[in-house]
Design a protein around this ligand. Structure first.
Ligand SMILES: *Cc1c(COP(=O)(O)O)cnc(C)c1O
Length: 427
């Protein structure tokens, strides 16, 4: 195979129809940012917008802004924008709380639905390598509901769908390997077996096209600070299919999910529709920042939207994989992510036979920012170097330069220097 040159990459950038979307972001000039799958980059619009909420809406408008600045509608307004990215209809999706908390709500609701429709079903199925918070929440709820959580190997869930399975809880794109489920096919298999589905879209929304209604999914949640660029700790979102939403309540019956919050009645009556998934007062500053992040994705709509972003994402991840294969052959590096583009999200993970944490630290010192995820030692899972590829702001030359930096770190054994071995609190 012919060696890929840097000039090949700059030629691709010169004709990239999405190239101008990068201007929407503040990015340090000496950094190649390959961690937008963990914390998205700062949009240029965010600082001014948050400043406006502070000085005008809060400072001058004070409490009037709940009405006059539309604060009270913001969870729905931003929800409707996110809905466009995931195949949901207006009014079906709302922004609230964190992904963990929303998972708690939808899993509780799904278990309540199952208790009504299929009380003999007592098992929640998920994947052992699902994101830990999803598993921890499922463990807690299984115990509370007297149910059993069954963890199966990645990609094997559909072969565990027996007549005692109530809920299938999956993250569409795995946070470690980047492997992606076919949402429509897996949902159809779950429904054929009589189980409900919950999809965690943390690594899908803004990264790959998602069609919740097309897939007939039951429940979904997703994260605001990864590919949605909402900022650290940005609120998350929740979606419930219209056929279920008014059938069950979620357990965190806070006043914002009430049918009439400002009637101040003593008894809880859930709102109709997705508003019942709200709980307490929304974090306005964070919501305003999240809206700016979501807008950076909607700016791609005239250029082909999520399908166009997906094409570029696949081109970037393909390029990365080919460069790793061409340039790092002498090192013990293997690609842990599916090679077939349709089976992966927008990240590529590498296994390195050595101290992967130190390799990543040495890379970060060179301005190439990815991250490191330790494998569960007891299970023999490998440590991973993770690289996220955000098509909104990455160029093909960035991919080339990142692999060149990785090669430098490995060729020179730079990662062996003692200062790279010390672990920080966040990896
Ligand atoms: C990032 C991520 C979360 C994050 O949950 P928080 O409540 O925001 O900490 C949850 N689930 C998955 C699959 C994730 O990737």
């Amino acid at each position: 195979m012919t060696l890929i040159q840097r000039t090949d990459c700059s030629a691709l950038d010169a004709t990239d129809p999405l190239a101008k979307l990068r201007d929407q972001f503040v990015l340090p000039s000496d950094v190649i940012y390959l961690d937008g799958n963990s914390l998205g980059a700062l949009p240029r619009a965010t600082a001014a917008r948050v400043q406006q909420v502070l000085t005008e809406e809060w400072g001058q408008g004070l409490i009037r802004s709940w009405n006059t600045a539309g604060w009270i509608d913001l969870p729905h307004r931003v929800g409707d924008k996110i809905a466009r990215l995931v195949g949901a209809a207006p009014g079906e999706l709302v922004v609230t709380d964190s992904t963990s908390i929303n998972l708690y709500k939808v899993l509780s609701a799904a278990l309540s639905l199952a208790r009504i429709d299929a009380p003999q079903r007592r098992v929640i199925v998920s994947e052992r390598e699902n994101f830990p918070t999803d598993l921890y929440m499922a463990q807690s709820l299984a115990a509370q509901h007297g149910m059993r959580l069954e963890l199966v190997e990645q990609g094997r869930a559909t072969s565990h769908l027996r007549d005692d399975v109530a809920v299938l809880l999956l993250t569409q794109v795995n946070y470690r390997s980047g492997a992606m489920h076919d949402m429509a096919a897996v949902t159809a298999a779950a429904h054929a077996a009589g189980a409900l589905t919950i999809w965690d879209l943390a690594h899908s929304v803004g990264a790959v096209p998602v069609d919740l209604n097309g897939a007939q999914a039951d429940f979904a949640i997703g994260c605001g600070y990864k590919y949605l660029n909402g900022g650290p700790g940005a609120p998350a979102f929740v979606w419930v299919h219209a056929r279920h939403v008014d059938r069950v309540q979620q357990p965190l019956s806070g006043w914002h999910g009430h049918a009439a919050p400002f009637a101040f009645t003593s008894y809880y009556q859930p709102a109709h529709g997705i508003a019942r998934y709200l709980c307490g007062t929304p974090p306005l500053l964070s919501l305003a920042a999240l809206e700016c992040g979501v807008d950076t994705l909607l700016a791609a709509e005239p250029l082909g939207g999520m399908p166009a972003l997906r094409r570029k994402s696949v081109a970037l991840t393909d390029l990365f994989i080919r460069l790793v294969q061409q340039q790092l052959g002498a090192h013990k590096v293997t690609v842990a992510t599916p090679i077939e583009a349709e089976r992966r999200g927008s990240q590529v993970s590498l296994i390195f036979d050595g101290d992967g944490y130190a390799v990543m630290q040495a890379l970060i010192e060179r301005g190439v920012i990815g991250d490191f995820r330790a494998g569960d030692r007891a299970r023999g899972d490998p440590d991973l170097l993770r690289f996220g590829f955000t098509p909104l702001y990455l160029r093909h030359v960035d991919v080339f330069d990142a692999v060149a930096a990785l090669r430098e770190v490995l060729d020179g054994g730079i990662w062996r220097e003692a200062r790279f071995a010390r672990k920080a609190a966040v990896t």
